[in-house]
Design a protein around this ligand. Structure first.
Ligand code: CAP
Ligand code: MG
Length: 423
């Protein structure tokens, strides 16, 4: 009779080609973990709150999700792959990350990780360029890439924006990007800004002999977003940024599926709404995996030593997950990435030249280090701020301590004097 009660639990089940979710469940008061886990599995697969005539034993056996492991509050659930429509991330997430988050049966529910089976992974495009492709475009083999975000994030005119970008590239940065909330404001129109800035990029490429990337924000209603991305492509641009959380997964997929030869830079503004509570929501690791599958070439993952939250171990874990093909044992669920290209980890938010040495030691060289305030607030100006970042990277690559290098590099010295440095 007991068995009858928990039809979606089978602790002897060994998943093969299933999609696996690792949830952390806090059952509602008075409910056992088994009951809560069973409810999560049934609601996220084929069941509802009462017996229904159409839900045959056969459907439950073949298509029902199976709770196959319960360890304290950690519950693993396997979902048969046929439950999901391939190439459709909204549909996949409406199942495993849908109603269950608002059910009375759970006081809290957190999706810590998803392991995607081969069939699902292969149905998505993944990054178009990935780390190698971007390094090739920039002709930079090993060193970390460096960039800035034009600041103030809102308020500059398009000409001021272009000027800021020019000074940043000129100072030695590889990427310049618009901020997540700069789109097509009345005081700084998208097309006007883009044209002026790309002109400056072409100029600076000639002057410095270096290749550059301009990351322009296309976040908007989906059809409008695609128009803006196409405008970038038609006017000599090389990269489009999308705010993946506020635009949504469907819109991100649309951008990736479009026939565009643009790097996709994924900004995660808003993720903290559901990644920050350790008991409820979805982990940033999960967000990052979804972003890689869909096709983010660059993804913001946290900078550890800056202004944004993100524990060191978690940020490293996320970086490894999006940059490797196979996983280290630290990862929560196993994941094979098959031929999906790696996504560049972007470390941004409150960093400056003085944090670079430590950031690279901890995160490795396959990162894009971005400083907005850490460039614009440099005491000697934007170009000097950019130079201080480049000097910090040069010092790291030459294995010279930043403080030592600063003795002969005044821009780096200026940054360290203002913000200090991490060894
Ligand atoms: C960085 C940034 C990014 C944050 C977001 C900003 O600017 O442009 O949006 O990096 O966080 O506006 O804060 P600063 P995360 O360099 O001036 O801080 O990358 O963690 O998603
Ligand atoms: Mg920003």
């Amino acid at each position: 009779m007991k068995k009858e009660k928990y039809k979606f639990i089978d602790l002897n089940y060994r998943p093969k080609n299933d999609l696996i979710c690792l949830f952390r469940i806090s059952p509602a008061r008075g409910l056992s973990m088994k009951k809560a886990a069973n409810t999560v599995a049934l609601e996220s697969s084929v069941g509802t709150w009462d017996k229904i005539s159409g839900l045959s034993e056969r459907i439950i056996k073949e298509k029902g999700a199976k709770v196959f492991s319960i360890k304290k509050d950690q519950v693993k659930i396997a979902y048969p792959v046929e439950l999901f429509e391939l190439k459709n991330m909204p549909s996949i997430l409406s199942g495993i990350a849908g109603n269950v988050f608002g059910m009375k049966a759970v006081e809290n529910l957190r999706l810590e990780d998803i392991s995607f089976p081969k069939k699902i992974i292969k149905s998505f495009l993944g990054p178009r360029f990935g780390i190698k492709g971007i390094r090739k475009k920039l002709e930079i083999k090993k060193r970390p890439l460096i960039g800035t975000i034009v600041k103030p994030k809102l308020g500059l005119t398009s000409s001021q924006h272009a000027e800021y970008a020019y000074n940043s590239w000129k100072g030695g940065l590889d990427l310049v990007k618009s901020d997540e909330n700069l789109t097509n404001q009345t005081f700084n129109k998208f097309k006007d800004r883009f044209k002026k800035t790309i002109k400056k990029m072409e100029k600076v490429e000639k002057e410095t002999g270096e290749k550059k990337i301009y990351v322009e924000n296309v976040s908007a209603e989906t059809k409008e977003m695609i128009k803006r991305a196409r405008f970038i492509q038609d006017n000599g641009g090389n990269c489009a940024m999308i705010d993946i959380i506020t635009c949504g997964w469907a819109s991100f997929q649309t951008l990736r599926n479009e026939d565009l030869d643009l790097i996709i830079h994924a900004h995660r503004a808003g993720h903290g709404m559901f990644t920050e509570n350790p008991k409820h929501g979805m982990s940033m690791l999960t967000v990052a995996k979804i972003a890689r599958i869909i096709g983010a070439d660059n993804l913001h993952v946290g900078a550890i030593f800056g202004k944004m939250k993100g524990e060191k171990e978690d940020v490293i874990n996320i970086k490894d997950e999006i940059e490797k093909q196979f996983l280290s044992k630290k990862h929560i669920l196993n994941q094979k990435w098959y031929n999906v290209k790696p996504t560049f980890a972007v470390c941004s938010g409150g960093i400056h030249a003085g944090t670079i040495q430590k950031l690279v030691r901890v995160m490795g060289k396959d990162i894009i280090a971005q400083a907005g305030g850490g460039v614009s607030a440099h005491p000697l100006g934007v170009e000097a701020g950019a130079k201080s970042m480049r000097q910090a990277i040069d010092a790291v690559m030459k294995k010279i301590d930043l403080k030592e290098y600063a003795k002969t590099h005044k821009e780096l010295r200026g940054a360290i004097n203002r913000w200090g440095y991490l060894k």
